[in-house]
Design a protein around this ligand. Structure first.
Ligand code: GDP
Length: 365
């Protein structure tokens, strides 16, 4: 499964947030997925469509789809030179598919910042630079190897090398690789390098408890928003402290607490949704009287591959998929209505699944 890594400098609230994620996931006991890696936290992906489908179908149980966050500790200034957990930290980042970068936007004289004062822009630049340094190494080595082939007029090198030159240029200007535009053939080569700064990123602005309802007044949050807007990145505002408190509560108490705060969703819910979207993940549903369930697939996947997410046999023996869109199903009042209205479609092997599809797979065993 695709995972988002939580990174940040020390004392910004990462552990507080990650512990809350782990607890929130553990409470969601109806999710049949056990992880043994202590650095992985599994949470439910909030989706109101699942609730609506449950009301419609009245199944025995409802199972949301899940999302994994990975805790990546150990980032300090100098990591690319081996400071702190250095290389280990970078290796862990290499294994995740997207980055959630926690930046500190809360003032608290009792909690020191590693670089003195609170300055999320400086923090973002610090982290960017560490990741860029590590990528520079990768890119330089690759360019050296390719230089020879390029001289020999190697067809592949002729595509990859110029792209590497542009990326290298971006690094010289302290810009991450994700800012470099790559065409499809170039991307095919560059993606194999698994560069750290090419991974999609979102910023998690950690604010004080009493600022969550009007966080836009926080000048640090404003600064992060401006920077993110330039990069085309998302910002999720949370208070790790609040998430920690929420993770201790039962459903009713949580709802009450959120209402008191004047927010509809917890920070973790908002973050989960944002990370899910950042990774290009989408959801399809299976809806039977026994179970209504949400499943995650990667945008662009075809029906057999999506069937394989439920069980490998479904993919191997795939015959066809019977599909109705969530919107049509709801609008026609359920299966009977949707059938009468001709909203069910039979789709074959080449069908590209859509977010919100409600599916019944037919397969040979
Ligand atoms: P990490 O080093 O990034 O993992 O940071 P921690 O999660 O250990 O947090 C560092 C300190 O900041 C701890 O004492 C937390 O209780 C505190 N902290 C984290 N988030 C918040 C917050 O939203 N508000 C306040 N006031 N303190 C926080």
């Amino acid at each position: 499964a695709l995972t988002a890594g939580i990174v940040g400098l020390p004392n910004v609230g990462k552990s507080t947030l990650f512990n809350a994620i782990t607890k929130a996931g553990a409470l969601a006991a109806n999710y049949p997925f056990a992880t043994i890696d202590p650095n992985v936290g599994v949470v439910e992906v909030p989706d109101e469509r699942l609730q609506k489908l449950t009301e419609l179908v009245k199944p025995q149980k409802t199972i949301p789809t899940a999302f994994e966050f990975t805790d990546i500790a150990g980032l300090v200034r100098g990591a690319s030179k081996g400071e702190g957990l250095g290389n280990q930290f970078l290796a862990h980042i290499r294994q995740v598919d997207a980055i959630c970068e926690v930046v500190r936007c809360f003032e608290d004289p009792d909690i020191t910042h590693v670089d003195g004062d609170i300055d999320p822009i400086r923090d973002i630049e610090t982290i960017n630079l560490e990741l860029i340094f590590a990528d520079m190494d990768t890119v330089e080595k690759r360019m050296k190897r390719l230089a020879k082939m390029a001289q020999m007029k190697d067809k592949d090198a002729a595509i990859e090398y110029p792209a590497l030159e542009r990326i290298s240029k971006a690094f010289e200007n302290s810009l991450p690789a994700r800012t470099v535009e790559l065409n499809e053939p170039e991307w095919k080569y560059i993606r194999q390098l698994n560069l750290l700064t090419i991974k999609p990123i979102l910023y998690v602005a950690n604010v004080a408890e009493d600022e969550i309802a009007n966080s836009d007044n926080n000048k640090h949050v404003q600064a992060v928003r401006e920077l993110a807007a330039k990069e085309g990145a998302q910002v999720v505002v949370i208070s790790a402290q609040i998430e920690a408190e929420l993770s201790e509560l039962d459903d009713d108490e949580r709802a009450e607490f959120l209402a008191d705060l004047g927010v509809e969703q917890s920070g973790i819910e908002i973050l989960t949704r944002a990370a899910y979207d950042l990774l290009g993940l989408e959801t399809y549903f299976t809806a039977g009287v026994q179970e209504v369930r949400a499943w995650t697939f990667v945008k662009g996947m075809k029906a057999p591959e999506c069937a394989g997410i439920i069980h490998t046999d479904f993919e191997r023996g795939f015959i066809k998929a019977e599909v109705v869109s969530y919107d049509d199903l709801l609008a026609t009042g359920g299966e009977t209505g949707a059938r009468a209205a001709g909203k069910y479609r039979i789709e074959g092997k080449e069908y590209v699944m859509k977010d919100g599809d409600v599916v019944h797979f037919r397969f040979n065993v």
